[in-house]
Design a protein around this ligand. Structure first.
Ligand SMILES: Cc1cc2nc3c(=O)[nH]c(=O)nc-3n(C[C@H](O)[C@H](O)[C@H](O)COP(=O)(O)O)c2cc1C
Length: 223
């Protein structure tokens, strides 16, 4: 697959088919993920695959509760990453919430969950390259997914449930849900353009170019 296709179209796919993800594909995805850069090459990461129905049922309930807690914080205006212009983001938020609801309602049908743990994640910097590589590698297999962090509200319960040796310093970074998507991948076009989020030589100074639309699209794809 063309690298730019993967970079531009690896959206979060919350609507998935229940078909299992073959073990060989899981191996390829994780084998790509562990090539990611990490501080000092210490590789203090662990990927825990969950496909057991009874576990998924318990996690589904927790996920629903955690999402409700996040929405409550959201409504109270105390979630840092929601401190954006609500009018500008209304449509985007509406779409995220609709697909998030579908995801919750069909949680037990998700074929594969991968919980990602690390020790000393350096504010996430030490683990997110591997997480993003994992999602890109899944994309190359035609497998979609969603990166979630909402279970952090119940991290203790989740780590107990999964037998994580937290006493050794292991912390949960994310839960990745993976499966074959029901929809099609499209370009993530709902992003602020480069000239709005970049500057040159001094914060806020004109970057030097205006980029009005995504510089890659299906027409110039080679894969
Ligand atoms: C650190 C992080 C945490 C996220 N947590 C969740 C989550 O808990 N649940 C969820 O449905 N999506 C979650 N997302 C996915 C974002 O909502 C998604 O990337 C964003 O809405 C943009 O959509 P797109 O990636 O499909 O373009 C998370 C993404 C990141 C990077």
């Amino acid at each position: 697959m063309d690298l730019h296709r993967a970079l531009y179209t690896t959206r979060m796919m919350r609507r998935m088919r229940p078909d299992p993800v073959p073990l060989e594909a899981q191996c390829r995805i994780l084998d790509a993920a562990i090539r990611a850069p990490n501080g000092g090459n210490a590789q203090r990461w662990h990927f825990l695959a969950v496909d057991d129905l009874a576990l998924k049922q318990q996690l589904a309930e927790l996920y629903r509760e955690c999402t409700e807690r996040e929405y409550a914080e959201f409504a109270a205006g105390t979630l840092a990453h929601t401190l954006h212009d609500p009018d500008e983001h209304a449509e985007s938020l509406r779409r995220i919430m609709a697909s998030a609801q579908y995801f919750i309602d069909h949680f037990t049908e998700i074929p594969l969950l991968i919980f990602v743990f690390s020790i000393d994640d350096h504010g996430g910097a030490n683990i997110y390259p591997a997480i993003w590589s994992l999602l890109l590698a899944a994309r190359a297999e035609g497998i979609g997914g969603v990166l979630t962090t909402v279970l952090r509200y119940e991290e203790e319960q989740v780590t107990q449930m999964l037998g994580v040796p937290t006493e050794a310093g292991w912390r949960m970074n994310a839960m990745l849900a993976l499966g074959y998507p029901r929809g099609r991948w499209g370009v993530a076009s709902d992003r602020h353009p480069v000239h709005r989020v970049a500057s040159r030589n001094r914060w806020g100074e004109y970057f030097g170019a205006t980029v009005d639309r995504p510089l890659w699209n299906d027409d110039n794809a080679d894969a």
